[in-house]
Ligand binder design. Structure first.
Ligand SMILES: Cc1ncc(COP(=O)(O)O)c(C=O)c1O
Length: 392
């Protein structure tokens, strides 16, 4: 007899997220492990962070920075963030009232959505869209309004006239992401002007996901929303130390916003996480005293991007531009007519290189014949993947 059969019944509950199942990232990572594939699917580095960053966190623990920090983050870290933003983007956020340290960018994004979206409010998202935004909008009772990026010979771009057409009397928030996951598109000054033209004179807020702010290539600058006063006055700007310092598992990031928006953000934040672990905040603050790691990040990843693209040029994949992030999208129509998810599974199980189908970033699963690789990997990992992809 099964010893579990006599256990009390667990009551059924009605899901608040009926559309959500296991994510494609989890599925592809599991499949990569089962198949012994090189995992270029999920976006994380397979190399370590600088030892001095670990020492800085160790030092903070040894120095007994181990109790609850202030709800908004330890002052030295908020000071370091404010100084970085002022130096790079020329916007001075107030250290006490305009910056909050969060449990990764994900929590910053969700909390920002919760604090400003009321039931029935519309939120414009640009598809392909990072997977955490729409569930957060749904939980808040909001209505996601997707606008698809255009994809042509020069890669993906945001059709701002369609964004403008999607604005209604109910639009509360527009979410942008630059540099963009999964397409690697980097918004330029003209994009920021187009966005400004759309929101100026309205009470629409902006949530700007800038977790890849230090991964912009070919000499271009990152067009942070914080550079643009008209946009910054209505924006939550989000970043992630996980991406910048090769520590995605630390789940620590921050949000910057004008004081009235930040006051609302903190109302939700304090009952959501309250605060973020103390020693890492101190460790990161002291590591940030040297700007070199983030100033040198574009060159570091651009070299990997070029190495990966050079290798892919000898395959039957067709490269899309990769102007930022650590992702490379490719077309595979010369190789297969399969749907993206099937092709990615085949690539993982048969060719032993895992990729992510871009269709997973559309609510309706749009098929474009494009998959995404992550090149935040050791050179030898990229070389092994390229050797296998060359045989396709
Ligand atoms: C566009 C985008 N936003 C947010 C995140 C989440 O960042 P974090 O790990 O700091 O929560 C990611 C991680 O992949 C991302 O690609």
């Amino acid at each position: 007899m099964n010893s579990r059969t006599n256990l009390p019944m667990t009551p059924a509950l009605t899901t608040r997220l009926p559309a959500v199942g296991t994510t494609v990232f989890t599925r592809m990572s599991q499949l990569a492990v089962q198949s012994g594939a090189v995992n270029l699917g999920q976006g994380f580095p397979d190399f370590g962070c600088e030892r001095s960053l670990i020492s800085a966190v160790n030092h903070a623990m040894q120095a007994d920075f181990n109790q609850y920090p202030p709800m908004s983050g330890v002052p030295v870290l908020r000071q370091a963030i404010a100084a970085k933003i002022a130096a790079l983007y020329g916007h001075e956020y107030h250290v006490d009232s305009e910056l909050t340290v969060t449990a990764g960018a994900t929590q910053a994004l969700t909390t920002a959505i919760f604090c400003c979206v009321h039931p029935g409010d519309e939120v414009i998202v640009i598809e392909p869209v990072y997977d955490s935004y729409v569930p957060a909008i749904t939980l808040a009772g909001g209505v996601p309004v997707p606008v698809e990026m255009e994809v042509g010979a020069n890669g993906y771009s945001v059709p701002w006239s369609r964004v403008a057409a999607a604005v209604s009397g109910k639009t509360r928030l527009i979410i942008i992401n630059t540099p963009h996951n999964p397409t690697s598109t980097v918004l330029r000054a003209a994009d920021m002007q187009a966005l400004t033209d759309i929101v100026q004179g309205t009470d629409i807020l902006i949530l700007s996901d800038e977790v890849y702010e230090h991964m912009v290539y070919d000499g271009h600058r990152h067009e942070s929303v914080s550079r643009y006063p008209e946009l910054a006055a209505r924006a939550f700007v989000v970043s992630s130390f996980g991406k910048t310092y090769h520590v995605t598992g630390w789940k620590i990031g921050y949000v910057a916003a004008p004081a009235p928006l930040m006051a609302e953000f903190r109302k939700v934040h304090q009952y959501n996480v309250f605060s973020v672990n103390t020693p890492m905040q101190h460790g990161i603050a002291s590591y940030m005293a040297d700007p070199k790691p983030y100033l040198e990040l574009p060159a570091f990843y651009q070299r990997k991007r070029d190495l990966f693209r050079d290798g892919l040029n000898n395959t039957r994949f067709e490269l899309l531009p990769a102007d930022g992030t650590y992702f490379q999208c490719v077309r595979y129509d010369k190789i297969s007519t399969q749907a993206e998810a099937e092709f990615a599974e085949w690539l993982t199980t048969e060719i032993k290189v895992a990729a992510i189908p871009v269709s997973a970033f559309y609510q309706q699963g749009k098929e474009s014949g494009i998959v995404r690789f992550c090149f935040a990997k050791k050179d030898e990992t990229l070389a092994l993947a390229l050797e296998r992809l060359g045989k396709v």
